[in-house]
Design a protein around this ligand. Structure first.
Ligand code: FNR
Ligand code: LAC
Length: 342
C-alpha cells in the first residue's frame, strides 16, 4: 500500500513494529477514555465554509516564539525514536527542518541533544523533564549551548500515568537508553513530583530562551502560567497517556485561550490526524498544533522520508481545508468557521 493519509501510516507502522513498541506508542493511560476523547472532540464541530473567495493562494506561514515556520504544525516531543527507525531523532529533525518547521526534541531522546542539534538545518526546541535540579540545569545549559531556541517544560508528569499496555507488553524492559544521560535507567523518570510554580523563576534564572509549559488543561493554570511570565502554553494531555478521564484538548483549548487573552502563545496537541483537525484547533485559538504519534508512524514506515511525508500530508490537507472553507490566511481562521454540532 502507498500511504496517502495519516491513517495509512498508522496501519503500515503497526505491521512493521514489534508489539511492545507498537503498544508503547499507541497506548493511553487507564481505560484510554482521554485518548479516544482527543479524537472524538473534533467531531463535535462542523465547518462553515465561505464561498466565492479567491483561494488561489493560501498562506500557511506563521511564527512560533518568533521563529518563522512554513506551517502551524510542529513535531511534538516523543521519547526514543530509534525504536521506530535506526536513524532515530536524526531522521526526525531532518524531516522537520526540510518541511520548514520545528522539532521539539525530548529529554528522553535516544540521540543526544547535541547530535540532534548538529543534524538540524533549521531551528529546534528542547523539551525538559526535571528529575533533579542539578541535572535539569545541566540539560538547559547544554540545550542553550547547542543552539536550541526554546525550552518546553512538560508539567503533566509529576508521576507516570497508568500505562497498562506497557505492563502487558513489558515495554519498559525493552526500551532504549536515554542518550542525554550516562545511566540506562532514565527512560521512565519524569518531572519530579515535588515541583511547583517556583520552578519557572528558577528556569528563568538559568536561561534567556523562551519558556513553554506543556500539559496545561485549565484556565486557572493558564492564568498562573501567564503570571509567571512564560512565553507559551501547550494545551496537552500527553496524548491521553497521563490522567485518564481528563478533558480532551480541543475542549480545554477555549478556556485556556480565554484566560491567556493574548498574553502568551497557545498551542495544542492530541489527536491531530487531518488538516481539518488543525483548522478546528486554529479556529478555537491555537496558534499552532503539535503532532506526536503520526511522526513516529512515518518514521517507522520510511525513516526521514516517512516523517517528512506525514508532515507534507498534513500541510496539503490544511491548505485544502483552508481553500475549501474560504480562509486564505491563518489570521482569517476564527470561530466563524465552526458550528458546534455535538
Ligand atoms: C509522548 N509524549 C511526550 N511528551 C513529552 O513532553 N516528552 C516525551 O518524551 C514524550 N514522549 C512521548 C512518547 C510517545 C510514544 C507518545 C505517543 C507521546 C507526548 C507528546 O509530546 C504529545 O503530547 C502527544 O503525543 C500528542 O498526541 P498525539 O499527536 O500522539 O495524539
Ligand atoms: C511517554 C513519555 C516518555 O509518554 O513522556 O512515554
Amino acid at each position: 500500500m502507498q500511504p496517502i493519509n495519516i491513517a495509512d501510516y498508522e496501519t503500515l507502522a503497526q505491521e512493521k513494529l514489534d508489539p511492545a513498541i507498537w503498544n508503547y506508542y499507541q497506548g493511553g493511560s487507564g481505560d484510554e477514555v482521554t485518548l479516544r476523547a482527543n479524537r472524538t472532540a473534533f467531531e463535535r464541530y462542523a465547518l462553515r465554509p465561505r464561498v466565492l473567495v479567491d483561494v488561489s493562494h493560501c498562506d500557511l506561514s506563521t511564527t512560533v516564539a518568533g521563529t518563522p515556520v512554513t506551517m502551524p504544525i510542529l513535531v511534538a516531543p516523543t521519547a526514543g525514536h530509534v525504536l521506530a527507525h535506526p536513524d532515530g531523532e536524526l531522521a526526525t529533525v531532518r524531516a522537520a527542518c526540510a518541511a520548514g518547521t520545528v522539532m521539539i526534541a525530548s529529554t528522553v531522546a535516544s540521540t543526544s541533544l547535541e547530535d540532534i542539534a548538529a543534524a538540524a538545518t533549521g531551528p529546534a526546541w528542547f523539551q525538559l523533564y526535571i528529575r533533579s535540579m542539578d541535572r535539569a540545569k545541566e540539560l538547559v545549559l547544554r540545550a542553550e549551548a547547542a543552539g536550541y531556541r526554546a525550552i518546553v517544560l512538560t508539567v503533566d508528569t509529576p508521576r507516570l500515568g497508568n500505562r497498562e499496555k506497557d505492563m502487558r507488553y513489558n515495554a519498559r524492559r525493552r526500551l532504549f537508553p536515554a542518550a542525554n544521560f550516562d545511566e540506562d535507567d532514565f527512560t521512565f523518570s519524569y518531572t519530579g513530583d515535588s515541583l511547583t510554580w517556583e520552578v519557572i523563576g528558577w528556569l528563568r534564572s538559568l536561561t534567556t530562551l523562551p519558556i513553554f509549559l506543556k500539559g496545561i488543561l485549565t484556565g486557572e493554570d493558564a492564568l498562573l502560567a501567564v503570571e509567571h511570565g512564560v512565553e507559551g502554553i501547550i494545551v496537552s494531555n500527553h496524548g491521553g497517556r497521563q490522567l485518564d478521564e481528563s478533558i480532551a484538548t480541543l475542549e480545554a483549548l477555549p478556556e485556556v485561550v480565554e484566560a491567556v487573552a493574548g498574553r502568551c502563545e497557545v498551542y495544542m496537541d492530541g489527536g491531530i490526524r487531518r488538516g481539518t483537525d488543525i483548522l478546528k484547533a486554529l479556529a478555537l485559538g491555537a496558534r499552532a498544533v503539535l503532532v506526536g504519534r503520526p511522526i513516529l508512524w512515518g518514521l517507522a514506515v520510511n525513516g526521514e522520508e516517512g516523517a517528512r511525508h506525514v508532515l507534507e500530508i498534513l500541510r496539503t490537507e490544511l491548505e485544502l481545508a483552508m481553500a475549501l472553507s474560504g480562509r486564505t490566511t491563518l489570521a482569517s481562521i476564527d470561530q466563524s468557521v465552526l458550528k458546534r454540532v455535538g
